[in-house]
Design a protein around this ligand. Structure first.
Ligand SMILES: [Zn+2]
Length: 234
């Protein structure tokens, strides 16, 4: 299968579904990690342009560990608008180009606006990608695919309906996440927040709910014609 995961910032996918993506990759599926925003406002000392470049590099290093390809829509932080027609077209082109069998993205209800807008953008673009008169470089993709929503940050307000056992990929998930040094190291040194421990704890908690050492939780987007008879999560 082709798996397309769309997160808002570089590092969001590692946090929400990095173990699942690594598992897909291990099973031989093609995994693409796309982030919509470039993360250029995610630091208080490093300047915007330098940070944009650093974060794109970190995302590529992380994706390589997961066994995925990394692409970006390169939108400035706090500027993700699902109503932006040009951005919708860019997202449609990514979907048409990679022809996913399923898409993973943010829950429609998450802790900050750019995440919420990303979720909406994916939902709209995945439908739009099937419309031939909506012209982009690639041909229309006639498959309106299932969408799975990944966990919210710290799992707040999110009750999974499906779980993926990531006991065998938790270390890959954390190693991938640790490539985002401009975030992880910064938070540890300056805010005393051990984000790797934070994410490990969340995975352990989801594991506790489903009888696994570590797990990630998901909810499926229940909209026609995106439902299938077979289980698609690994
Ligand atoms: Zn984010």
């Amino acid at each position: 299968m082709n798996i397309l995961a769309v997160g808002c910032h570089p590092d969001d996918l590692e946090i929400g579904c990095g173990g699942t993506l690594a598992k897909y990759s291990k099973l031989g599926h093609k995994v693409v990690m796309c982030h919509v925003a470039n993360g250029n406002l995610g630091h208080v000392i490093i300047g915007k342009e330098e940070l944009r470049e650093i974060r794109a590099r970190e995302a590529k290093e992380s994706a390589a560990i997961i066994g995925a390809e990394s692409v970006t829509l390169d939108v400035g932080d706090l500027h993700v608008e699902s109503s932006n027609k040009e951005l919708v077209k860019k997202m449609i082109e990514v979907i048409r180009f990679y022809k996913p069998d399923l898409i993973i993205t943010h829950n429609p209800d998450d802790y900050m606006r750019d995440h919420v807008e990303t979720s909406k953008l994916v939902f709209d673009a995945s439908f739009g990608s099937s419309i031939p008169h909506m012209e982009t470089k690639s041909e229309a993709y006639g498959n309106i695919v299932p969408i799975f929503y990944m966990d919210t940050l710290a799992g707040v307000g999110f009750l999974p309906t499906e779980y993926v056992d990531i006991s065998d990929t938790i270390e890959t998930k954390l190693k991938a996440l640790s490539q985002h040094r401009s975030q992880i190291d910064w938070m540890l040194e300056h805010d005393k927040i051990d984000f790797l421990d934070f994410v490990r704890t969340c995975s352990k908690f989801r594991g506790l709910q489903c009888g696994a050492a570590y797990a990630e939780g998901f909810r499926q987007c229940m909209a026609w014609p995106r439902l299938r008879t077979e289980r698609l999560l690994p």
